[in-house]
Design a protein around this ligand. Structure first.
Ligand code: AMP
Ligand code: MN
Ligand code: MN
Ligand code: MN
Length: 293
């Protein structure tokens, strides 16, 4: 296998942000790895929300197909009253302490699901918890997409986008976020595991450029190493501006599709190109040398 290039703009066959049925993705870990392989993705990270439960299955398939798989998870955290996502790239896997923390994340997610259900029952989604469970079609902790699908199924909204816009998105009734750990706590788990912390999709928090700069300052100051320069498809002017914000703070750039399910506009390995002169790739961080080489 070719080593990865040392610039983001020449990267191909790489995707460091994807989901499987271990969280809110549609494909099993095995099927996701197979799809990556079929699409020419040679280096991948499986980043299920708040869990590493899909990694064992994914790694068997990755070995079989010769795909390089980086253990990872996408952590839900709180910072200044907002919910943020942090991709933990974990070349040595999750430490014992981090596994315990992930078990606590699962419990937080379960308690949060019960509260979301209570709140959605107030707007007419009877038996909200069992309806969301039916949508998930598994025993994993529920996420907002499961409730969004339940709202669509019950014909309370026409589609997922409306479910989030009206009931589950930031600041809406079903946006329950009280239980997530602080950003600094999550960074502690990642570093204690020998991993690298990547701020996920910094353009998707609805922040002004100034506030995004403050977030990146706080992230770097707390020891975060990287942020996603590219998340799926995004405006090239926004990308260039974000590249500058990362470079100013010495943050490495990462990239990923944030793929959840086939049939939409996203696919493993497909995303906007990085501009020239972008920040140093996250895989040039010394902790990821074995993955990149
Ligand atoms: P949760 O992890 O339970 O907080 O749910 C967040 C997940 O909901 C994200 O990872 C996305 O997969 C999904 N999501 C967030 N916003 C939207 C939206 N507007 N439309 C569809 N899915 C969304
Ligand atoms: Mn998701
Ligand atoms: Mn996310
Ligand atoms: Mn994601």
């Amino acid at each position: 296998m070719m080593p990865l290039p040392d610039t983001l703009e020449s990267a191909a066959g790489l995707d460091l942000h994807m989901h499987s049925t271990a969280s809110d993705g549609a494909l099993s870990p095995r099927a996701l790895v197979a799809l990556c392989h079929a699409r020419g993705v040679t280096h991948m990270a499986l980043t299920d929300h708040d869990t590493v439960a899909g990694l064992a299955e994914a790694s068997v398939e990755a070995q079989r197909l010769g795909v390089r798989l980086l253990p990872a998870t996408e952590l839900s955290v709180q910072w200044q009253g907002m919910t943020l996502h942090v991709v933990a790239l974990l070349p040595e896997g999750a430490s014992t302490a981090m596994r315990e923390a992930l078990a606590a994340q699962a419990r937080a997610r379960i308690a949060r699901g019960e509260e979301i259900a209570r709140r959605l029952e107030q707007i007419g989604l009877d038996d909200a918890l069992s309806r969301a469970r039916a949508q998930a079609d598994s025993e994993r902790p529920l996420g907002r997409p499961d409730f969004a699908r339940a709202l669509v199924e019950a014909k309370l909204v026409p589609d997922m986008a409306t479910a989030f816009k009206k009931h589950l998105g930031a600041g809406k009734r079903g946006d329950v976020k009280a239980h997530w750990p602080y950003l600094s706590t999550a960074l502690g788990w990642i570093h204690e595991s020998g991993g690298v912390a990547v701020l996920a999709h910094p353009l998707r928090y609805g922040l002004t450029r100034r506030k995004r700069g403050l977030l990146l300052d706080a992230f770097a100051t707390a020891g975060g190493e990287s942020a996603e320069l590219i998340s799926g498809f995004q405006n090239p002017d926004m990308t260039r501006d974000l590249a500058r914000q990362l470079q100013e703070r010495g943050l490495h750039g990462s990239l990923g599709s944030d793929f959840h399910f086939p049939g939409g506009h996203l696919a493993p390995g497909s995303m906007s190109p990085a501009p020239r002169g972008a920040p140093s790739p996250v895989w040039c961080h010394p902790a990821l040398a074995a993955f990149a080489g």
